[in-house]
Ligand binder design. Structure first.
Ligand SMILES: NC(=O)C1=CN([C@@H]2O[C@H](COP(=O)(O)OP(=O)(O)OC[C@H]3O[C@@H](n4cnc5c(N)ncnc54)[C@H](OP(=O)(O)O)[C@@H]3O)[C@@H](O)[C@H]2O)C=CC1
Ligand SMILES: CC(=O)N[C@@H](CCC(=O)OP(=O)(O)O)C(=O)O
Length: 324
């Protein structure tokens, strides 16, 4: 009899945990191990489970994720952390297989893997090829604007929006669209800076909109500040080549207005339910402006989809299992 790898999702009842659970629950090539509901926060029970399975997926707030890692004594259990607690930590591998050549091999052999944040996934998908290939120097000043569906804020923000929708059916939304992170230093900036290999942290302004899932991450490039600015087509070609053999990072045709709703709007929701991050390049060579945009499902490639992809790599399974 073939032994199936045992997987324990710590935080199974949260937004990310539930999504991962429902994706894995349909598979017969793994065995899901659950904790009794009343013992979800019982350190003794969690320690037992954490050290008895093949992979633990942490879907907990950062402090609880750190605590869970402190309970690991087995040298064979693999840990995949969906929180932001270990994304730039030593001895952890960043779970973005498409980031650099060799990254998926690092994920495959690591004991500790950190799932990327949703905003950094979009940002890095856009910017990393240009830095890696020398199209932009690492000291180019970068800004990032992004909008997320409210599920990015977990159970609390979802509840606030849902309560409001119930009470005000048909009325004005609580927060139709709001920018935040206005003290700067959002928790994702550190991983954006670290893995882009930019000299300075990007200036990041996130926003949340009144839709449950979906995300756009925009990286404007004021190319007129460069002596010899690259054309939009060159930027597009470099990014296309970088991801040419990737399934889950897809570069849209250059300036294709048929991909815009009514030829005008780039819709944030189109990638929902997929594990794909789409990268767009828009540019005007005369005014020397370019805009990179990533479109993804914040709960897909931005969270649970990426977690399943990493889990497959960590187990030596085909990377796309359960994702296509
Ligand atoms: N929502 C998103 O888009 C994304 C979230 N993440 C990250 O995933 C992690 C979980 O987020 P999300 O699913 O949104 O959060 P939720 O608030 O929806 O869920 C958190 C889960 O953690 C459990 N939990 C909280 N504290 C403890 C504790 N001390 N011990 C054991 N369990 C605990 C909760 O249990 P209970 O149900 O009992 O309260 C709940 O199941 C976070 O680190 C978040 O930053 C990552 C990517 C995207
Ligand atoms: C809309 C919203 O509130 N989004 C969350 C990010 C969601 C996410 O990806 O968080 P992780 O770092 O855990 O991956 C925020 O800005 O804090």
């Amino acid at each position: 009899m073939i032994t199936k790898p045992k997987i324990f999702i710590d935080g199974e009842s949260g937004t990310t945990g539930l999504q991962i659970y429902s994706r894995l629950n349909q598979r017969d090539d793994i065995e899901l191990v659950s904790i009794e509901a009343s013992k979800r926060r019982d350190a003794t029970e969690r320690t037992k489970l954490i050290n008895a399975v093949d992979v633990v997926i942490l879907c907990l707030p950062d402090d609880a994720a750190r605590e869970a890692v402190s309970l690991v004594s087995s040298t064979t259990v693999k840990i995949l952390d969906a929180s932001s607690a270990h994304r730039t930590a030593n001895n952890w591998v960043y779970g973005f297989p498409e980031l650099n050549p060799g990254q998926r091999e690092k994920i495959a052999s690591a004991q500790f893997v950190s799932n990327p944040g949703c905003y950094p996934t979009g940002f890095l998908a856009c910017i990393r090829p240009l830095i890696a290939k020398g199209i932009l120097k690492s000291n180019f000043p970068i800004t990032v604007n992004a909008v997320s569906g409210y599920s990015g804020g977990g159970k609390n923000l979802i509840k606030q929006y849902h309560t409001f929708h119930e009470q005000e059916a048909g009325g004005e939304s609580l927060y139709p669209y709001g920018i935040y992170g206005l003290q700067f230093g959002h928790k994702h900036v550190k991983e954006m800076h670290h893995y882009s290999e930019l000299a300075s942290p990007p200036l990041f302004v996130p926003a949340v909109g009144d839709f449950e899932q979906g995300m756009l991450v925009q990286v404007p490039l004021p190319l007129g500040t460069l002596d010899n600015p690259p054309s939009g087509e060159v930027i597009h070609q470099v990014i296309t080549n970088y991801y040419q053999s990737e399934k889950f990072v897809q570069v849209a045709p250059y300036q294709d207005s048929t991909l815009l709703r009514d030829g005008i709007f780039l819709d944030a929701l189109i990638m929902n339910g997929t594990n794909i991050v789409q990268v767009f390049v828009f540019a005007n060579d005369t005014t020397k402006e370019a805009l990179l945009v990533a479109r993804l499902d914040n709960l897909g490639k931005g969270a649970s989809g990426a977690a399943i992809q990493n889990l497959n790599i960590m187990l030596g399974f085909p990377e796309e299992l359960g994702l296509l």
